[in-house]
Structure formats: C-alpha cells, structure tokens
Unconditional design. Structure first.
Length: 142
C-alpha cells in the first residue's frame, strides 16, 4: 500500500456516542450481507460492512456482544464484529459517508430480495465468507 492510504483514519461510533472507534488504513474488504441474522440485527434488508485488520482498530467505550456482534449496551447500535485478526465495522456507523468504500462482494445472495439487484462489479457468494470454499478474498461467482 502507499503511505497516504496507510495513514487514512476513519472515525465512527454508536448512536448515543458511548462507543467511539478509529480504524486506520485501507480495509481488507468491503461487502454486503443478506443473511437473516444481519437483516434482523440491522433492521434492514442487508448489512453493509468493511473489514480491517484488528491491529488497525481502536475503540473507546464498552461494547456488549451477542453471537460475536458488538453493540453499544446503552443505545443498542450494532457497531462491530470482532475476531482475533479482524474488525468488521458496520459502515453506517462511520462518521463520514464512506463513498470511497465500494462493496466488492455480496454474501448470502439467495436471501437477497428480488427487487434488490446484485452489484454487477461485486463477487456474489451463496453463503458466508468463512464457510468451506467461500474465501471472500478470492473471486468466486455464484
């Protein structure tokens, strides 16, 4: 990566402001998920997220978690999914609109609403990015 991209800092947080975070550098990937869990936790037809290395993520404030999904215990905003090596940020929690973060893949596409068309430039996956044979870092078309 170039030095300018490595220095980019993005800030975000929950609705009430109790949880604040900073991510540094370019994300590893940007995606949309149409699974039932994401629909229910977001209250929308899909979730939009970007994945950074865990080392690029810093957080202030208390997070609660349910099935790996981090949220603010005060206001309930879903903010991040933390794994040992990754921080999956819900892009709607970023302070500035992430217009430069275009999704490069979609997950659980069989569950996508018929009126919501696929992104023609994005890779399409029938399941989750961590399932056997479904490596989101490798292009695979459904």
């Amino acid at each position: 990566m170039n030095d300018e991209v490595d220095k980019i800092e993005r800030t975000g947080g929950c609705l009430c402001g109790s949880v604040r975070y900073v991510v540094t550098g370019a994300p590893l990937g940007v995606g949309l998920c149409h699974c039932q869990d994401c629909k229910r936790t977001s209250g929308s037809t899909y979730s939009a997220f970007a994945v950074w290395p865990r080392s690029a993520y810093q957080c202030k404030g208390e997070l609660a978690a349910f099935n790996g999904r981090g949220f603010c215990p005060a206001c309930g905003s879903r903010v991040v999914n933390l794994r040992d090596d990754e921080a999956e940020i819900m892009t709607g929690t970023l302070d500035d609109a992430p217009n430069d973060l275009l999704p490069t893949y979609e997950l659980w596409t069989p569950r996508r609403e018929a009126w919501l068309h696929n992104l023609p430039w994005a890779d399409q996956f029938a399941g989750d990015r961590t399932e056997e044979g479904q490596n989101w870092r490798e292009a695979r078309r459904v």
